[in-house]
Write a protein that binds this ligand. Structure first.
Ligand code: NAP
Length: 274
């Protein structure tokens, strides 16, 4: 029941219509009996949106494309890993001496790490990441926070080498994917998602060189990569787990309570038609 004490949270981005976060967070608030609501806000002008949210007493928001980088200049405080990653996906509005400060952090890497840590202890492990985009960057810095040794493998050499140099790690072209070896393989490209759902960037032979395989694509839930990896005996993790745990980390940051993980997972499954 919404009343005069209801706390307001939300997601800012453009577009936001497709977002699964409102269903996930609202279900979590209801499950724990927290008087709060999470709404979608389609935002073009990020500076005006932050100013408005500060003035209106919004408590926290998720940030999605295209504002994960442009929001930086509106923030009073940025957490050190988000700074390294160069992207923020979570804002908290914090009262400090009568002024509302906006604090930014990144939970994408926490989501990826927690999804992986359910299956493997990352410290000292070797992880190969396919891709050199925003997610590869967040996951790469995140794995290093956990003490994993990473290398990148991607399509466009210049972009791949640029990210590898920021991460201070090796880079290989996709043509050499079959030769790579490691404990963990993570697909952080959009390959596997429609219209590329029949494509996999590595053969079953190459997958034999890994123990755990995570795909961050979550539609379909079982990508060709995960089907092939399972066929050769790898432990697999689907893309919904990263999405779930980045939301779990946001919820815990905003509420200070342990998130109801199972009901949040159920909402995501429903939202993706599974
Ligand atoms: P991005 O910044 O646009 O990066 C996309 C990456 O995919 C680039 O490295 C690109 O290669 C590569 N790529 C695209 N098509 C390719 C192809 N045909 N062959 C080889 N590489 C290809 O996107 P992003 O934000 O990192 O997101 C990547 C995927 O992750 C999307 O499908 C997104 O929906 C999903 N995602 C999932 C979660 C989750 O929580 N599960 C979170 C964020 C994103 P180049 O380097 O050559 O450009």
């Amino acid at each position: 029941m919404i009343n005069g004490s209801t706390k307001i949270f939300g997601i800012i981005g453009n577009p936001v219509k497709h977002s699964l976060s409102p269903a996930m967070h609202n279900r979590a608030f209801a499950e724990l009996g927290i008087n709060a609501v999470y709404l979608p806000f389609c935002v073009e002008d990020i500076a005006s949106a932050i100013k408005g949210m500060r003035a209106m007493g919004i408590h926290g928001v998720s940030v999605t494309i295209p504002h994960k980088e442009s929001v930086f200049k509106e923030l009073d405080e940025i957490d050190p890993v988000a700074l390294k990653i160069g992207a923020v996906n979570t804002l908290r509005f914090v009262e400090v001496g009568g002024y509302t400060e906006v604090h930014g952090s990144n939970t994408d890497w926490l989501g990826a790490n927690r999804a992986l840590q359910e299956k493997i202890n990352l410290a000292g492990k070797k992880a190969v990441i396919f891709g050199a985009g925003g997610s590869a960057r967040a996951i790469g810095f995140g794995l290093q926070e956990e003490g994993a040794q990473i290398s990148l493998c991607s399509r466009t050499e210049e972009k791949g080498r640029e990210l590898a140099s920021k991460l201070d790690c090796e880079w290989q072209p996709l043509s050499e994917a079959e030769l790579l070896k490691g404990d963990v393989l993570i697909n952080a490209t959009s390959v596997g998602m429609a219209p590329l759902e029949k494509i996999c960037l590595i053969s079953k032979n190459g997958l034999n060189n890994f123990n755990v395989v995570m795909d961050i694509v979550y539609a379909p839930l079982k990508t060709k990569l995960l089907t092939d990896a399972e066929d050769v005996g790898c432990t697999v993790i689907n893309g919904l787990e990263m999405l779930l745990y980045q939301g779990v980390a946001q919820f815990e940051l905003w509420t200070g309570k342990v998130a109801p993980v199972e009901v949040m997972r159920q909402e995501l499954m429903k939202g993706t038609g599974n």
